[in-house]
Design a protein around this ligand. Structure first.
Ligand SMILES: C[S@@+](CC[C@H](N)C(=O)[O-])C[C@H]1O[C@@H](n2cnc3c(N)ncnc32)[C@H](O)[C@@H]1O
Length: 223
């Protein structure tokens, strides 16, 4: 029984990795052909995260951020490097990380680490980050691996630090996508996973003005 579950997990991850290995290192590919919504996406993310940033009790510092499932660094470039001194990136697809320095340009000098790893295996450095941003990648993790990754991410926060998930949300149930081997969870399940990780949601907001035909996209901040 356990072996079957393990085998399913192996195929779930290897199929997802194979899908992304076959995609070009472009913004359009990062967004599944919706490259034109990148500006709108980053703008809303900046507004969402800005409410937590600053100095003083409970505020989130701006020294170091981690971009999870970073791809070529679309979010690192437009959202994180303008707000944080130093950024680390982690992604399972090596070709995307190799492309990142050229895509980031001169600001790449403020990216310290390009970790090539699945988030299911990755251990962010404890007590290291003010912000951990996790966008459009959680569907590639099983519930158990996502819960455990959130626990490790929580341990990787500096005082006042915060974790944000931004991702597609299903209206009900869990929707499987066989093309890229991912799942889309409903909001209740996502909130339950956050709770199971031992954190609390401090703010959540649905993205405005995205195309009608795509999933609702939610930003969820937790600590
Ligand atoms: C839809 S793209 C999003 C990229 C980036 N977050 C953005 O919004 O521009 C999904 C990214 O997740 C990465 N990915 C897929 N499975 C992963 C895993 N198990 N661990 C880490 N990264 C993964 C892919 O290589 C790809 O770069």
């Amino acid at each position: 029984m356990t072996d079957g579950v393990e085998e399913d997990n192996v195929a779930f991850y290897s199929d997802g990795e194979a899908y992304w290995r076959g995609r070009p290192p472009t913004v359009d590919a990062m967004l599944g052909g919706y490259g034109h919504i990148s500006g709108l996406d980053v703008c809303a993310s900046r507004k969402f995260i800005s409410q937590f940033l600053g100095e003083g009790p409970g505020k989130t510092g701006q020294t170091r951020a981690l971009d999870c499932g970073s791809g070529i660094g679309r979010i690192t470039k437009r959202l994180l490097l303008p707000l944080f001194d130093r950024v680390d990136m982690v992604d399972v697809t090596e070709t995307f990380l190799k492309r990142a320095p050229a895509y980031l340009g001169a600001d790449a000098q403020r990216v310290d680490n390009y970790y090539c790893s699945g988030l299911q295996d990755f251990i962010p450095m404890p007590g290291h980050y003010d912000l951990i941003w996790i966008q459009w990648v959680i569907g590639h993790l099983t519930d158990e691996h996502l819960t455990n990754f959130l626990k490790r991410s929580c341990a990787a926060l500096r005082p006042g630090g915060i974790i944000c998930i931004k991702d597609n949300v299903a209206q009900e149930g869990v929707i499987w996508d066989g093309e890229d081997s991912s799942v889309c969870r409903n909001l209740d399940l996502l909130c339950r996973i956050v709770e199971d990780s031992g954190m609390s949601i401090v703010e959540q907001k649905c993205q405005d003005n995205f195309p009608k035909e795509i999933y609702a996209v939610w930003m969820i901040a937790m600590r």
